[in-house]
Design a protein around this ligand. Structure first.
Ligand code: ZN
Length: 203
């Protein structure tokens, strides 16, 4: 299964946050998690396996909080369409092993790094019970020049019922912590309910 939006016509929206990490360590933006907890906003977090290892205590704490669905963002953030099936499987199996070890659970959703995927990627992910999840609302938060105001404007302009919004929580979603309280307020004013990705996969 390949999703760019949730399969629903209800007035729901999924906020998603990626924690990408290659071999080079990446950061963590605790403000994002604090805002989601304060506002009681459910969200789906796509965590890289390597990121989870570097932020093991944070990962365990996120796993204990039912507000968050932990999904996988691969192990080493490779370009999936450039990999052989064997390499895809090796990366995903490593990601799933780390996920199981740190959270005690199996993820249900997979976001391919850079949103790059092909039919083989989707098929391989499916063989591990993973839905491949992209997005339809691009906030542009990895661009340091993109201000909180611009991020909010993109969310306002693009969000429809069933939308999936992408932001980053590895310290590279530069203005996302600043924009997030306003995003939540705006979407609430428009009557959206916040859902986790897998919630709408089982209807
Ligand atoms: Zn990523």
């Amino acid at each position: 299964m390949l999703l760019r939006r949730l399969p629903t016509t209800e007035n729901v929206v999924a906020l998603t946050f990626d924690a990408c990490q290659t071999l080079k360590p990446a950061g963590y933006a605790p403000e994002i998690i604090a805002i989601l907890r304060r506002e009681r906003v459910p969200a789906t977090l796509f965590l890289g396996g390597r990121w989870m290892e570097w932020h093991a205590d944070v990962t365990r704490s996120l796993a204990r909080d039912p507000l968050f669905e932990l999904a996988t963002h691969s192990y080493l953030h490779p370009h999936f369409p450039k990999l052989t099936e064997k390499q895809m499987r090796a990366d995903l199996e490593q990601a799933l092993a780390v996920h199981q070890k740190l959270t005690g659970r199996k993820p249900k959703a997979f976001r391919p790094p850079y949103g790059e995927q092909n039919p083989l990627t989707v098929k391989v992910a499916e063989s591990y019970g993973l839905a491949t999840v992209l997005w339809d609302v691009e906030t542009g938060d990895p661009d340091p020049k993109s201000s909180a105001k611009e991020i909010l404007r993109e969310v306002s302009r693009q969000t429809k019922p069933g939308s999936i919004v992408i932001q980053h929580m590895n310290g590279r979603g530069w203005h996302s912590p600043e924009a997030l309280p306003e995003i939540v307020a705006l979407l609430r004013r428009r009557g959206f309910r916040f859902v986790q990705i897998s919630e709408s996969l089982h209807r």
